[in-house]
Design a protein around this ligand. Structure first.
Ligand code: B3K
Ligand code: ZN
Length: 887
């Protein structure tokens, strides 16, 4: 629980560590009532520190200290003192051995940080600052040490005992106990330490690295899940090969372990050679897992594997540099997924997340640069900004340098900093040094928060045959940053003429650009206002802007409807094509809002309907793209565009528009559905995923018509599909309809899958996301369902998280009951699992966006949370910052 004065930590206060730890030996005795940890640390003063007589200050929290000795002599209580999370020993030699014994109760650890128990097994989570819940230590990422770990436990309860690195000894002990010893030759910070002990089954495979070394790959799961590991194993091998081919990075140990656990605060953790995964990010089989689930497993397995270089071999100096490893690794996993599947679809999905969640964060009270300047609780900074915007920043470097120079830069970065704990600055410097490209101004992306806005206008001079793009950039104020310096923004453009893209020739050859071919250019926007003049333009073109979403900005260009239709029909850039469809959809939704407000019917533009009709009929197009283009901008995206946000008004207008579209396109949707049906065996490949996505998009529209024939179609799909993608889609549409079959469908689904927790989470989620009235009461009822468990983060996310974060129309009920429900749950979780509590709170923190009545109700709930006397630092930071006036 919170200290009296939660303190803010500043990047500017960074100092090198006063001590270094050359080696760390840990001995664990795992028991049912207590677990004992004995550590021996070989410490010495850091020659680089400027205070050579400072006391030794170790981190430690929620620990029972049994004994402490230096060079074999036990310290008297007067020789050390404790305050908050610090244990200080005033007098220590220049180099010494510190032994420490602590007693823990992992079975009572509900925070899922440090050493805890999940479904009867012991496991750990140490990033960012969980190691200090295991023993007293210099728990900071710039202190790297080699670890030897001995684990002793009851052999029948815990036959598998794992830690990082190589297994160097095993021993059978008396009284049914056994012991294993693990040694990790690579120095690492404590946040990468891991331990697992439990009854686990294993799936094994092998990977031969490019230099011919064999690596044993093992995925440890509960026995019942052995049939759900193939996809993760294949993804791992694909990721290992990809990292060799694309980044020249080879795996460095003879063993790579993955363990799946049920209770986990996030997706997975990249502990050196012992990755620990949330079961939801490793287990997959067609009968239980949706296409999205399969893709998530592939992405997360790759992400954690890629961390072995971008994060482990080269780690972060301090937690302000988190994006150094996370932004870079997200960029790497996105490129991997793109290479494994459909690049445009992956890009559109990533941009959608960025434009909804990240842009909202950047416009809200918790806005921070990808390298924050300060924090109260680092756990609150594992954000879409640090991860996804961080990845966009790396992507922009890739765009500015081009693939070859970027690779030279990453090679130099890994070579220069292997075995070190470094900063974002070191990364940018390596990119600059390897490429010779000046990134001075580009660095503003690391230090400034907020989403830049680009206002672009175009003018054609027929006589001079020039086309001019005038670009104006600005960035709104964010907490603590009122004025922003201009950013260096790569703006990818093409000019589209009647017969396709025009050759581009800039009037000012001095302007720094990268050219993909001569019909696409990356303009370097760097000034508040700038003009780019193209010569020899023989007809008035339609500009295609921000191609591939070349920068994380909001772009305004006053396109006419016809220009957007042209881009939607024929732009060669998949992202821009999709984006044009979204801009057209947005315009239709805005018209629908006005129509409903004026008591009129919603009647979309005939040309827009025709364009959708063409899409449905065009079998030459990628089915996944058709599905994405047919989906109207989400309510979450609309809440970023339309201010103040009238949740009910937006929802009604969007739904009314969808219904009119469904009616107008009924024949085409029906035909499309039939065309996409197939009885081939399930595979999680791009082609099949695309087909299922289009089929279910068509069904979703048809269900809005509430016609018997389509309800029957959904019921049939629900009952007869062999894969979870189609079953769950059908269940979702049935649950959101007035069909009488609804209760039966839910009951049958539960009956069939009650022994599969991950499937039951989906069952909770479908109900929590139901758009119909009364969903809050359903959710409240489900909180006491025997399958619900508030200690399990996946269940909390599936029920409470999905309701509050993804069901706007019900969460924002006008009586404020949704807000009250969330605040109540946050207060409960604040005690058991502060990280999950503060994450859950996010939807309330956006209160300033909504209509005045909603604002008042949301704020009142935040104030009620803030008034709680024992608030964790996690919740305190989010709630207090969200109430602060920063305008
Ligand atoms: N590095 C971990 C995240 C740890 C979060 C700690 N609160 C997973 C990942 O990004 O790969
Ligand atoms: Zn990561």
């Amino acid at each position: 629980m919170r200290d009296a004065q939660p303190c803010t930590i500043f990047l500017s206060d960074y100092r090198v560590p006063e001590f270094l730890i050359d080696s760390t030996t840990l001995k664990f005795e795992l028991g049912e009532t207590n677990s004992i940890v004995r550590s021996v640390l070989e410490l010495r003063r850091n020659p680089e520190s400027d205070s050579q007589d400072a006391p030794l200050q170790l981190h430690g929290t929620e620990l029972e200290l049994v004994s402490l000795s230096i060079d074999g002599r036990e310290l008297a209580p007067s020789e050390w003192s404790q305050s908050g999370e610090q244990l200080s020993i005033a007098k220590v030699p220049a180099a010494f051995s510190l032994s420490c014994e602590t007693r823990l109760r992992p079975q009572d650890n509900t925070s899922l940080e440090g050493l805890y128990k999940s479904s009867g097994m012991f496991c750990t989570q140490c990033e960012a600052e969980g190691f200090r819940k295991i023993t007293y230590y210099l728990d900071r990422p710039d202190v790297m040490s080699v670890f030897t770990v001995e684990i002793v436990a009851d052999q029948s309860r815990y036959p598998v005992l794992l830690s990082n690195g190589n297994l160097v000894a095993t021993e059978i002990l008396a009284d049914g106990f056994h012991k294993t010893v693990w040694q990790d030759p690579f120095p690492k910070p404590a946040y990468l330490f891991a331990l697992v002990a439990g009854k686990l089954s294993v799936v094994e495979d092998q990977f031969i690295t490019s230099s011919g070394r064999g690596v044993d790959l093992k995925i440890y799961v509960e026995e019942k899940d052995l049939d759900k590991c193939d996809h993760a194993m294949l993804s791992l091998k694909n990721a290992m090969r990809w990292d060799e081919e694309v980044y020249g990075r080879e795996y460095d140990l003879d063993i790579f372990n993955i363990v799946a656990v049920d209770d986990f605060n996030m997706g997975a953790m990249e502990n050196k050679s012992l990755n620990i995964f949330n079961t939801s990010c490793v287990l997959a089989k067609p009968e239980t897992t949706t296409d999205a689930g399969f893709q998530r497993v592939e992405g997360v397995v790759a992400h954690e594997y890629f961390h072995n270089w971008s994060g482990n071999r080269v780690t972060c100096r301090d937690w302000f540099q988190l994006s150094l490893k996370e932004g870079f690794t997200v960029f790497r996993d996105a490129e991997f997924s793109s290479d494994m599947g459909s690049p445009t679809v992956k890009r559109v999905e990533d941009v959608t997340l960025l434009r909804t969640a990240q842009f909202a964060e950047d416009a809200g009270p918790m806005a921070h640069p990808i390298r924050p300047d300060s924090f109260i609780e680092i756990s609150n900074f594992y954000t879409v900004t640090v991860y996804e915007k961080g990845a966009e920043v790396v992507r922009m470097i890739h765009t500015l340098l081009g693939p070859e120079l970027f690779r030279k830069g990453s090679d130099l970065y890994f070579e220069r900093h292997d075995g070190q704990a470094v900063t974002c600055e070191d990364f940018v410097l390596a990119m600059e040094d390897a490429s010779g490209i000046d990134l001075r101004q580009f660095r503003n992306w690391y230090s400034q928060a907020g989403t830049p806005r680009l206002e672009v206008s175009g003018s054609y001079d027929k006589r001079a045959q020039t086309y001019t793009l005038a670009v104006k950039q600005s960035c709104p104020p964010t907490p603590g940053q009122t004025e922003k310096a201009p950013f260096h923004i790569p703006l990818a453009v093409a000019l589209i003429g009647d017969a396709g893209q025009l050759p581009l020739q800039l009037a000012d050859a001095e302007i720094n650009t990268e050219s993909a071919d001569n019909t696409e250019l990356v303009l370097s926007v760097s000034q508040p206002e700038q003009q780019f003049v193209f010569n020899n333009i023989k007809e008035e073109p339609v500009p295609s802007l921000l191609r591939g979403f070349s920068a994380p900005v909001k772009l305004d260009f006053d396109y006419s409807r016809d220009q957007l239709l042209r881009l939607m029909r024929s732009d060669s850039d998949g992202f821009c094509r999709w984006d044009a469809s979204q801009q057209l959809g947005l315009a239709e939704i805005k018209r629908a809002i006005s129509a409903l407000a004026a008591g009129q019917n919603v009647s979309p533009d005939a040309e827009y309907i025709n364009a959708c009709r063409e899409l449905l009929a065009d079998t030459s197009l990628d089915a996944a793209m058709v599905a994405l283009m047919l989906q109207l901008p989400s309510e979450a995206y609309l809440a970023e565009i339309i201010h103040p946000v009238d949740v009910q008004g937006i929802h009604q207008a969007r739904e009314a528009l969808r219904k009119v579209l469904a009616q107008a396109l009924k024949g085409e949707l029906s035909a499309c559905y039939s065309r996409c049906e197939s009885d081939e065996a399930y595979a999680a490949n791009a082609e099949q995923i695309a087909r299922r996505s289009l089929k279910n998009t068509a069904l979703a529209y048809l269900m809005l018509l509430e016609e018997e024939q389509f309800i029957a179609l959904a019921i049939q799909q629900f009952e007869s599909s062999a894969n979870m993608t189609d079953r769950l889609a059908a269940l979702t549409y049935i649950v959101n309809s007035e069909s009488e079959y609804k209760a039966k469908a839910l009951q049958r689904f539960y009956q069939q899958w009650q022994h599969e927790p991950l499937v039951i989470n989906q069952w909770f989620q479908v109900q929590a996301m139901c758009r119909l009235a009364g969903t809050l009461e359903t959710v409240q009822g489900l909180m006491s369902h025997p399958a619900f468990d508030i200690r399990n983060p996946n269940k909390v996310r599936a029920l409470i998280g999905a309701f509050c974060g993804q069901n706007g129309v019900n969460f924002h009920r006008e009586d404020g009951a949704g807000y009250r429900f969330l605040a109540d749950q946050v207060l409960v979780l604040n005690r058991s699992n502060p990280q999950i509590a503060s994450r859950l709170l996010v939807p309330l923190t956006k209160w300033r966006k909504y209509l005045p009545a909603a604002q008042q109700l949301m704020r009142a709930e935040l104030q009620r949370v803030l008034a709680e006397p024992e608030l964790s630092s996690d919740v305190y930071e989010v709630v207090s910052k969200s109430l602060q006036d920063y305008s």
